[in-house]
Design a protein around this ligand. Structure first.
Ligand code: PNS
Length: 173
């Protein structure tokens, strides 16, 4: 029988409970799920390094047998073919996600018609959650419980403290 190998691509800067919700749903549907962090050297303003993001995702998915974590450069479709993947998993939280996701899915289909994009909805309680908003809350010392796993919360607190310390060291005129 044909095996369905899906790639769940994203920036994961950092991984949130919404991403993990989708990973748990996806790994029940697909034979294998590869969570793939996109490396974008041109626009690298990420809070966490690729290594830190890999470490957090690996720790959070260690108990899921058919889930692996990886990183990729370049086009997602090239990576899918290299990995013999036949599906891409993307999450849709609200109607506002739809336009961008539709554009990406159709463009990916044009590049590589053998790969299907599958959309899944995370639990409603995560419908307003994003990595961007989590980074912002962390930057202002706000509450992160329920938004990210404890391990990610610790990483965020440490990162924000490190940034603050670095800023205080910059001499002012
Ligand atoms: O978590 P994000 O930022 O929404 O993920 C976007 C991502 C990484 C899935 C998308 O930018 C991507 O696929 N990048 C790889 C480059 C590529 O294939 N671009 C063409 C997409 S149509």
């Amino acid at each position: 029988m044909k095996q369905i190998v899906a790639i769940y691509p994203g920036s994961f800067d950092p991984v949130t409970n919404g991403h993990l919700d989708l990973i748990h749903r996806g790994c029940k549907l697909f034979d294998r799920l590869i969570v793939a962090i996109a490396r974008n050297p041109e626009k690298d303003d990420s809070l966490f390094s690729l290594e830190e993001r890999l470490e957090m995702l690996k720790a959070m998915t260690a108990d899921l047998e058919n889930v692996t974590v990886d990183a990729f450069d370049g086009l997602l479709m090239t990576y899918c073919i290299r990995k013999n993947a036949n599906a891409v998993l993307r999450g849709i939280r609200a109607v506002s996600d739809y336009e961008f996701e539709l554009q990406m899915a159709l463009m990916n289909r044009k590049i590589e018609p053998r790969v299907e994009t599958v959309f899944m909805m995370p639990a409603e309680k995560y419908s307003y959650l994003s990595s961007r908003i989590v980074r912002e809350i962390a930057a202002f010392g706000g509450p992160l419980a329920g938004l990210v796993p404890e391990l990610v919360e610790e990483h965020l607190r440490r990162k924000v403290a490190g940034k603050r310390a670095a800023m205080l060291e910059i001499p002012t005129k």
